[in-house]
Structure formats: C-alpha cells, structure tokens
Design a protein around this ligand. Sequence first.
Ligand code: SAM
Length: 208
Amino acid sequence: MVERQLVPRGIVDQRVLDAMARVPRHLFVPPDAAAYAYDDHPLPIGDGQTISQPYIVALMLQEARIGPFDTVLDVGTGSGYAAAVTAELAARVVSIERHPALASDAAATLAALGYDVSVVTGDGSLGWPEAAPYDAIVAAATSPAVPEAWRDQLAVGGRVVVPIGRTRGAQHLALFERRADGMLTETNLGAVAFVPLLGEQGWPVEDA
Ligand code: SAM
C-alpha cells in the first residue's frame, strides 16, 4: 500500500508513510473485507459508513502537519483507522463519532491494539471543548464550512483539514490555518467524495 499507492501518488511525509506502514488496516474492516483492506478505495464498515481510501487518509494527515507534541481532534471515528494512524503521529488524540455502535467498536479495536485514543460519542461539528485547544482538527465528513466551534477550539497556527461542499454535489478537500489574528487561510487540496458531517454546525440530519 505504501510503496504502490502512497509514494507514487505523492505522499512524501516520512512520518506519515511510516505510520501508515505500522497500522494493521485489515483489523479495522469487517472480516469479510479484510482481503481488500489495503486496496486503493474506501470500504463499507456498517451503519452506512465507510473507512476512507488509504491515499486520502495519508493526504489529510500529511497536510495537517501533525507533530509529535500535538493534540489532535479526529472527527468521524468510523472504524478508528485514521485515529490509529493519527495516534502514531501525535501526543494526544481525541476521536469523535456520532454513531454510538461505531464509536464503541472503534474504541475496542483501538484499545486491543494498544492505541491511546480517547473515543467519544457526540456531534463532532461542535468539536470537543474538553480537550481544546487543538493543533489540528482532521474531519472525514463533508461540512458546508468550517464550524465556528472548530475555529474557537483551534490553537494559533493550528490546521483544519476537512472536505467542504454539498452532501451530494461538488466537494473539495481543504486545509485551513489559523493566523494570530484569528483569521483562517484556505488552501484547496482537490476534489473528493465524503459522507456528510451531520450535526448542529454541519449538515442537517435529514440530509443524510
Ligand atoms: N475516519 C474513519 C475511519 O478511519 O474509518 C472514516 C470516517 S467515515 C468516512 C465518516 C464518519 O463521520 C462516519 O462514521 C460518520 O458517522 C461520522 N460523522 C458524520 N457526522 C458526524 C458528526 N457530526 N460527528 C461525529 N461523527 C460524524
């Protein structure tokens, strides 16, 4: 996966490549999908949700520039895979998921593998103020814009990587960086297709 997909597609951050090589992705997918775990596409994980394509996970974490002393909020725990890769890179990871069953399965997988990730159930569009400020917020669900709560919970110099766009229309992956004056700068990282961020500061749940 690392040598055939990530490096040829332009992932250059060696810490991210090493982290992706260490995390056993096949243990984060349903048993009948384990044979496809390292293929270059997303896979279903239940509750109508997916584990993201490996390249996209690597791209998001590379662009978030996560350092070894960073505190990171991972929004949309899903299987827990991206949270595990993030835990390889950061000092502290909080991962938030709106589906209680996914959150509890992911927490069990992460604990069994020895990953120190705080998995919480809730509306990640509101962030998780208890562990703020975050050096990075990485979200695997599409939002109409950067939620106000995330701006408030982001450290100065902090990064947000999130798909921005419509629930069934055009979406792009975006990197936002918080400047000292509180303003966010945006970089477009290209077209993507994600499930919607459903919540108070995301898309209405009826849009699911
Ligand atoms: N990062 C995950 C992984 O490694 O398996 C994949 C995430 S999946 C593409 C998107 C997840 O975001 C889904 O599990 C979905 O339930 C969750 N989600 C959507 N809206 C959310 C919200 N407001 N708060 C928390 N999780 C949310």
